[in-house]
Design a protein around this ligand. Structure first.
Ligand SMILES: [Zn+2]
Length: 506
């Protein structure tokens, strides 16, 4: 049976200005979606925006707009960025959509029918900008928000509660049986000990906040933004609306999140699903944060990395490559343009670009741009290398270890560059050695295979390379996993005039 793969990014807070963090998560999701399409699976890739809450209400007031007008205006910043970054999501969900509102209300009623909802009173220290109540255990005598450092307000209000505490034991058992449910391992351990400490019931509604989804039957209450936001993942999958779609994609869901929002995803969300008697997603993966030249990124420091500017200056594929290659996914990383330039020059220009350029040049010089498939085309060293690269590439992609996956592909590139040096095709040409065709065909085949491997990471470069070696037009490029074999190229490679894929940056 065809497999399903459902990949999600968090829905981003719509009034944020998109920065490298948003770009990072969404790029990783795009790469996974493309990789699973390459495998021939049914893929659903979703991103979107979180558009409710007090902060939006306030910002709209300040801007003299209605909340809906504000979110309609600013959502474009994300939608445009994803186009610019060559992100091919299947769905862009907005929490203000009617469809989503209905799912949130239905989901609440379902939890209520199952006896996990009650009305109570919530009192706590609340940060208005962060829309978060903070437990006293996390505060010191200054009573400021642990996230943003601003003073907290004591708030007491009537609220609906979700009986999360009843899922402490079930969730612990689930974690024990599914060690890959939360990744990487350090995050798993963090969540495991948090759950073991015992879960508290979660307040899920706010009285008096207008800009949110109404609690059914109680118009004075709207849902707490996290309750609303998390449910987007099943809205997209078709919950309550499209049973065929829902059974296709749920629970084959993989949530990518920043480590700061892991607890909502790895504790509250599974609790809500257990309450609704729905299966839990396959994996929640928390990636790290980017610092900028060694410093924390912040608006006040003015060092926020603008993805639009990076792409304008370096091109989308250099940016995508750098994000995924520079740091192990899951760890924190440091961004600097210097590092981007160095890595791009070393990996993309000197190694990858050079291999392609030398190959195409030789094919023109020695064979007028056409190389015929050789009769005998076996080479144990190449065979073994490709099998090993493939195996490790797939394993890495399975674990979302993007840097390792790319490193493995570069083993092919390094090997090809050494092969050129050792075989010295310029000498073979002079000596009239007929094995020259075999060498050139191998190098073109290697370029073809590399194009398929890198296509999830650098889709436009892969398509360009595909077209340079004469495999077809760029827009027709639709790579398949079966192409990762020697000898799957055409009877004749008819290549185009070489042009550098990645000119060196200075
Ligand atoms: Zn705060």
């Amino acid at each position: 049976m065809e497999k399903s793969f459902y990949i999600t990014t968090p829905i981003y807070y719509v009034n944020d200005v998109p920065h490298i963090g948003h770009a990072y998560t969404t790029c990783a999701a795009d790469i996974l979606a493309r990789f699973h399409r390459l495998l021939g699976e049914r893929v659903l890739f979703s991103t979107g925006t979180d558009e409710h809450g007090q902060k939006i209400e306030k910002a709209a007031q300040e801007a003299g707009l209605s909340p809906q007008e504000l979110v309609d205006k600013v959502v474009v910043r994300f939608q445009e960025l994803w186009k610019t970054m060559h992100i091919e999501h299947d769905v862009f969900i907005r929490t203000t959509s009617e469809e989503h509102e209905k799912v949130v209300q239905d989901f609440f009623l379902l939890l209520q029918r199952k006896g996990y909802i009650y009305k109570g009173e919530y009192e706590g220290w609340y940060c208005v900008p962060c829309e978060t109540f903070w437990p006293e255990s996390q505060l010191d005598e200054r009573l400021v928000c642990p996230d943003c450092g601003r003073p907290l307000q004591k708030l007491k209000e009537e609220s609906y509660f979700f009986a999360l505490s009843r899922f402490t034991e079930p969730l612990l058992r689930y974690l024990e049986e599914h060690p890959d449910f939360v990744m990487p391992e350090s995050r798993y351990n963090e969540i495991y000990s948090f759950v073991r400490g015992g879960l508290k019931d979660q307040s899920i509604s706010r009285a008096g906040l207008k800009w949110g989804i109404q609690v059914p039957g109680d118009p004075d209450h709207t849902f707490y933004v996290w309750f609303d936001a998390l449910i987007n993942y099943i809205t997209v999958a078709g919950f309550g609306r499209d049973e065929a779609q829902f059974s296709t994609f749920w629970p084959w869901a993989y949530h990518l999140v920043g480590k700061d929002i892991l607890r909502f995803h790895a504790v509250l969300w599974p609790g809500m699903l257990l309450g609704a008697e729905l299966p839990l997603p396959r994996r929640i993966f928390a990636h790290g944060w980017w610092t900028v030249e060694g410093e924390k990124m912040s608006k006040s420091k003015g060092n926020v990395v603008d993805p639009y500017r990076m792409i304008a200056q370096y091109g989308v594929d250099r940016f995508r490559y750098f994000l995924m290659r520079e740091v192990s996914f899951g760890l924190d990383g440091d961004f600097s343009e210097k590092a981007l330039v160095e890595r791009s020059n070393a990996d993309l220009s000197d190694n990858f670009g050079n291999m392609v350029h030398r190959t195409l040049n030789m094919v023109f010089k020695y064979r007028d741009g056409v190389v015929k498939k050789p009769g005998a085309y076996e080479d144990l060293e190449w065979e073994e290398l490709l099998q090993d690269v493939k195996e490790k590439f797939f394993l890495s992609m399975e674990r979302f270890a993007f840097a390792q996956a790319l490193e493995n592909v570069w083993r092919l590139i390094h090997f090809a560059n050494r092969y050129i040096d050792q075989k010295a095709p310029w000498r073979m040409f002079k000596e009239g050695n007929e094995d020259l065709d075999q060498v050139l065909y191998r190098l073109l085949d290697c370029s073809r295979i590399v194009a398929v491997f890198i296509s999830p990471f650098m889709p436009s470069t892969a398509a360009k390379l595909w077209s340079l070696i004469g495999m077809g037009e760029q827009f027709e490029f639709s790579p398949k996993i079966a192409e990762l074999e020697w000898g799957r190229g055409p009877e004749h490679y008819r290549v185009k005039h070489p042009e550098p894929l990645f000119p060196r940056l200075t």
